[in-house]
Design a protein around this ligand. Structure first.
Ligand SMILES: [Zn+2]
Length: 349
């Protein structure tokens, strides 16, 4: 653990997941350069961090089900199997005629590094399309799980071609080559004036964390007026599995509920989780618990007169971060209305 107090934060969590899956900075950076629908990118990110609910991951979380791949019905299912090694996936890759690196004995991260890393050879791959096929394979796999109907590999490739054509068409106008996707554009707090927020808008910074060896999930949020006057701060436990993205979404939901209960009308939510901020755009396409949480956040967001969510740099989110990682957050929910709690170092806000 990176933190001397043994505190586990979401950001450290990413780092640690990165360590387990052999981090490769170019891959993390290049994911954001893919010119693909946000949901494809987020899917790839979840596949690499191994938080997809594959059967192996569910069994590891003590869900008692037989580990049998939903596509081939023969072998166990982990992320490398379902997306690459499964006979079903191999058929799809064949039909797609996309050039991809050999699967070899690689794990998924290593394989992704071969086409999305910064090596000379990876430059030659059609990264956007590979990402799309991976997304479609996972979608097909989910159809097998939820609807008990696995599309044929041919059907899958046709459906990929349609969504790829539609996406290329919709982005053909006004796209500058090499411009970073919106989600990676950090908004410094000083940029907020430019947003022309309604009078009386409150700013709410949110963070989630995982505490101690048990990885107990926690949230923290910190609300202040546009000119920096303290409004409220809170922290407390969350109820979710060890999934950084899900925890961050649940932390946002906690903050939104509180703001709604206390009749705030104009709010700006600030999160330093770029992946999550990007996920909101197509929350309804997630057929997962994350999708449900994002959906309930969106319902809350729509209940305000004005409410938006912005990505901020980590450095501007330190108070929420300190609230989420405080030991007290594990046991009970606390709210401060007079001033920030004494354990927040002066100068942090
Ligand atoms: Zn299989």
């Amino acid at each position: 653990m990176d933190d001397i107090r043994g505190v586990y934060t979401v950001k450290n969590g990413y780092r640690r997941l990165g360590e387990i899956y052999a981090p490769c900075d170019p891959v993390w950076n290049n994911i954001w350069k893919l010119q693909v629908p946000p949901k494809w990118r987020i899917f790839l990110w979840r596949a690499i961090t191994n938080v997809l609910p594959t059967i192996t991951n569910l069994v590891n979380r003590r869900v008692e089900i037989p580990n049998v791949c939903p596509a081939c019905g023969v072998l166990g299912e982990d992320v490398m199997h379902i997306l690459c090694n499964c006979v079903y996936a191999r058929r799809v890759w064949n039909i797609s005629q996309l050039q991809i690196p050999n699967f070899g004995d690689h794990d998924f991260m290593q394989w992704v590094e071969l086409w999305l890393g910064n090596s000379v050879t990876s430059a030659g791959f059609l990264k956007d399309q590979i990402c799309g096929i991976l997304y479609e394979i996972w979608r097909a796999r989910n159809m097998a799980v939820w609807d008990l109907a696995l599309p044929s590999p041919l059907h899958l490739c046709a459906s990929f071609q349609r969504s790829w054509a539609a996406w290329s068409l919709s982005t053909a106008h006004g796209r500058t080559v090499g411009s970073p996707p919106v989600a990676t554009m950090p908004h410094a707090l000083s940029d907020l004036q430019a947003l022309q927020l309604p009078h009386g808008t409150v700013l709410c910074s949110i963070d989630a964390g995982f505490y101690g060896a048990q990885h107990s999930p926690t949230f923290g949020f910190y609300i202040r007026s546009l000119d920096g006057v303290f409004v409220a701060a809170a922290n407390g436990p969350l109820s979710c599995p060890y999934d950084p993205l899900l925890a961050e979404a649940m932390a946002i939901r906690e903050a939104l509920s509180w703001l709604q209960d206390h009749n705030y009308q104009n709010v700006l939510m600030l999160s330093d989780c770029a992946v999550l901020v990007a996920s909101f755009r197509d929350a309804s396409s997630y057929r997962s618990y994350l999708g449900i949480v994002l959906d309930s956040c969106l319902r809350l967001i729509n209940s305000f007169s004005a409410c938006s969510i912005k990505f901020v740099r980590r450095g501007t989110n330190m108070v929420a971060h300190a609230l989420a990682k405080h030991v007290g957050a594990v046991q009970t929910r606390s709210v401060w209305r007079e001033a920030l709690p004494p354990f927040i170092p002066a100068g942090l806000s």
